[in-house]
Design a protein around this ligand. Structure first.
Ligand code: DGI
Ligand code: FE
Ligand code: FE
Ligand code: FE
Length: 188
């Protein structure tokens, strides 16, 4: 799977606004890679494909989780928003023949994060949160922090996502806490 094929695949799978978000995530991730390193091809392909499943039917993705031995079953106990990331990585593997483990993992964890994220995972996760189309206050804070620390940028994204979910009385997936905790430990 090369970048231009992947871009065409997501362009057909996504609405225009979501595709434009994707292009900005790729640009932001590329900038972050220049500063912080990591495998550029992995980062760009994962950024292109990260929201591939954003418009797939929720019921279809829930059924995949129920029938799957590899997807965590507890995904069904949290917000539907998590499905496009975890199930999306499986669609990308099956439908677009992407086999690179780092790419698939960065897609899987782009919404929640995870404990001990790789540089590639952190860059895709953070780029999704701080791309220039994100205009809420928290995005600006994380964007500023990202200028000097990838870890601190990710930690702020997680902190603010957790605070936002709490304020809406929504559940928080364990990996989101694990990601936050592991970053706090490295930043101490
Ligand atoms: O797909 P995007 O909109 O580009 O961004 P995303 O994949 O980061 O999804 C953001 C949504 O996911 C937002 O509505 C909050 C939700 N979310 C993020 N972390 C968690 C979560 N929802 C639950 N239930 N638990 C989480 O830990
Ligand atoms: Fe997403
Ligand atoms: Fe995100
Ligand atoms: Fe996104």
């Amino acid at each position: 799977m090369n970048e231009s094929k992947a871009l065409h695949a997501v362009e057909s799978a996504l609405k225009r606004k979501r595709f434009e978000h994707t292009v900005r995530v790729v640009e932001t991730a590329t900038e972050l890679q220049k500063q912080y390193g990591g495998n550029l091809n992995v980062i760009r392909l994962a950024a292109i494909l990260h929201d591939y499943a954003k418009y797939r039917p929720i019921a279809e993705m829930q059924n995949r989780v129920k029938e799957s031995d590899s997807l965590p079953n507890n995904l069904l106990d949290y917000g539907d928003e998590l499905l496009h990331a975890f199930v999306g990585a499986e669609y990308v593997k099956e439908e677009l023949q992407v086999t690179n483990k780092q790419v698939l993992s960065a897609i899987t964890y782009h919404t929640t994060g995870k404990k001990n994220m790789s540089k590639e995972e952190m860059i895709v996760f953070l780029a999704d949160y701080i791309e220039p189309g994100r205009t809420f206050q928290g995005a600006e804070l994380a964007r500023e922090a990202a200028k000097t620390s990838l870890e601190r940028g990710c930690m702020l994204a997680l902190k603010q996502t957790i605070a936002h979910l709490v304020s809406k009385e929504r559940s928080i997936y364990p990996d989101t806490f694990k990601a936050y905790n592991s970053l706090i430990t490295t930043l101490e």
